[in-house]
Write a protein that binds this ligand. Structure first.
Ligand code: ADP
Ligand code: MN
Length: 268
């Protein structure tokens, strides 16, 4: 653990003493719509502030906007680089589910050597999401373009209009559910066969819809050599089928699995 617990309690004391606004001001980070920053104290521990500072210093980010989403494991904020929108995903160091994260990381040869302190696991997770998004894009699967990362912060393409993110597919009336369904099944297949990845948390929560579906949230996505890759594939297919089953005609789960993974093995 390398004393990370102590470091974190010191961080908290330090933060209380100085206050968020002063720390941010000292670091020279420009904030937009500061009144939206109610969650800020939960998010911005010292590690996160410094990572943010480095990203600003390197000019990967010029303005920090308000929160788009506040989840248990991470928060997403609106941001800008020279007026151009971007999404800032910040993994929470204090509340992350380390046990679950470790399992995803252990089975993945790209990350299995990662050391085991809380912070290191979160940093590896962030790096893993960056690399998964890169791979997915290279394979032609619509996901946000990853721009850069530092420690527990990932900067990526903002999917939305103005400062409003595109809705999740569960929140919209899809113009053609059958077409969207088939596109998503196509994405699962392209991820598998071209990117050699399984998303692993695919559901109506992790697909945004602009004029077409876009997959997000790929921190947990694993390479095909992960021991549970096929299990995750089966679950992704089942989730997508469940969501679409009352909206359009869906293919059999087994049939989809066979089509995607069939050449690699006999069945689930
Ligand atoms: P988690 O589920 O781990 O909290 P997600 O990556 O699913 O994190 O993001 C949570 C929410 O943040 C999404 O549902 C979406 O509303 C918003 N979001 C995430 N990434 C982007 C992005 N690149 N552009 C716009 N909004 C995003
Ligand atoms: Mn999500």
């Amino acid at each position: 653990m390398r004393g990370s617990v102590e470091e974190e309690s010191e961080d908290r004391g330090d933060r209380k003493e100085k206050g968020f606004d002063r720390r941010i001001a000292e670091l020279g980070i420009r904030i937009k719509d500061a009144d939206q920053w109610k969650v800020r104290d939960d998010v911005f521990d010292e590690v996160t502030l410094l990572a943010l500072y480095r990203l600003v210093h390197k000019k990967h980010l010029t303005t920090l906007g308000g929160p788009i989403s506040t989840g248990k494991e991470g928060n997403v904020f609106y941001g800008e680089k020279d007026g151009k929108p971007l999404a800032i995903k910040i993994y929470l160091i204090r509340t992350a589910n380390f046990r679950a994260m470790t399992e995803y990381i252990d089975g993945d040869p790209r990350f299995s050597h990662v050391r085991r302190s809380r912070k290191e696991i979160i940093f590896a997770w962030t790096r893993k999401e960056f690399s998964n998004l890169k791979r997915a894009r290279k394979a032609g699967v619509p996901v946000p373009e990853p721009y850069s990362f530092d420690r527990n912060i990932l900067l990526m393409e903002f999917l939305g209009e103005g400062q409003a993110p595109f809705p999740q597919i569960r929140e919209v009336e899809l113009p053609d559910p059958g077409a969207t369904y088939r596109e998503i099944v196509g994405y699962i297949e392209a991820l598998f066969s071209r990117a050699r990845l399984v998303h692993g948390d695919l559901s109506e929560y992790n697909v945004l819809f602009g004029d077409r579906p876009v997959l997000i949230d790929m921190g947990q996505a694993v390479t095909l050599d992960h021991p549970r890759a096929l299990q995750f594939l089966v679950r992704d297919i089942a989730n997508i089928n469940r969501f679409f089953s009352d909206k359009c005609e869906v293919m059999g789960e087994r049939e989809i699995f066979q089509r995607i993974a069939g050449e690699r093995l006999a069945g689930p």
